[in-house]
Structures are given as structure tokens and as C-alpha cells.
Design a binder for this molecule. Sequence first.
Ligand code: DGI
Ligand code: FE
Ligand code: FE
Length: 189
Amino acid sequence: MDRQQMKDKLKEKLPTKRFEHSVGVEYTAATMAFMYGVDCKKAMLAGLLHDCAKYVPNDKKIQKCEKRGIPISECEYKNPDLLHAKLSAVYAKEKYGITDNEILSAITCHTTGKPAMTTLEKIIYIADYIEPNRNILPEMDIIRKEAYTDLDTCLLHILHNTIHYLEKNGSHIDPMTQETYEFYNQLRG
Ligand code: DGI
Ligand code: FE
Ligand code: FE
């Protein structure tokens, strides 16, 4: 499947706004790939497809992950939307023909992050948050600059603000989100 065919298929699977968000992540990831010397094609594919399973109904998300033996945390059982990251990697492989494991892992961890991410994984996590169509979140101007000056500072800033937002709303923090935060917080020293 070439890139245009992938785009056409994705457009059918997502509401307009989510499709536009995906294209925003595709191109934001490309600019970050230039900055950090990462394979631009990989960054664009991961960006384009990162949310491809977002609109699978939540009960199906659980079913499909269970069927493939993908581990599901207690927090993911309570908030099955979190599984769209893992399931989007499955769909990228099964339905869009992506075989590259660097792309697939960047899609897998785009929502919670994980400790010791590769540069491509960081780029997708960050591009998802800062792409131009995203609603403006607190400190977005600073976070967008950090994305092009210091990846780890940017990552920690997003994790900090996300955890703060989740706590404020009484949402459960997934252990992977917490571990990622602690990892990058310790790294800063
Ligand atoms: O899919 P997107 O909307 O583009 O962005 P995303 O994949 O980063 O998902 C964002 C949502 O995920 C947002 O509503 C916050 C939520 N989220 C991220 N980490 C956690 C979380 N929700 C819970 N309950 N726990 C987490 O640790
Ligand atoms: Fe997502
Ligand atoms: Fe997204």
C-alpha cells in the first residue's frame, strides 16, 4: 500500500477532525525528524497512522487486544480508550501493511510514553501534543519551542501537565504514564 492509499483508507476510518489531526501529526513529526536526524518517512508514517484505531468501539478495543495477547493494565480496563495506542499499532501492521518495528513501537507508546524512548518514539509522543490543529493547551507556546530545542525537557513538560490535568479531573493515572514521568524526571537530575 503506498502513502496515498493509506491516506485514503484512513480518511474513511476517521471523522474529519481526527483525520486532520493525523495529518498534522504526520507533518509535525516530519519537521522534528529533520531537526533530530531521524528517518523522515518513518516519522511521517507513524504520525499519520498513530490514531488509526481510535474509533474502534471500546469493548472491541479490549476484545481485540485480548485476542492478540496484548497486556492490558487495570487502568486500561477502566479507560479502554487508552488502548487505541496499542491497537493502532496492530492495525497499522495488519491493515496498512507497516512492518517496521520502530514505527510500530512509536505508535504503541504514543499515549502514555514509556521509559527510555527512542528519538522516533519521543517525536511521535510530542508531535501528537503540539500539532497545529490541536486545541491550545496550557503553556503550549513554551512546549512547542521545547520540541525543537530539547526533546527530554519537552517530554517531561508534557508528562507533568498531563498528570496534573488527569489528577485535576480525578482520572486514573496509568502506571506507564507515571513510570515515564519518573524516568524523565530522574534523568533531569
Ligand atoms: O489520541 P489523542 O487524543 O490524539 O491523544 P492521546 O493518544 O495522547 O490521548 C490523549 C488522552 O489520553 C487524553 O484524554 C488523556 C488520556 N491519557 C493519557 N495518559 C493517561 C490518560 N488517561 C488516563 N486515564 N490515564 C493516563 O495515564
Ligand atoms: Fe492517540
Ligand atoms: Fe493523536
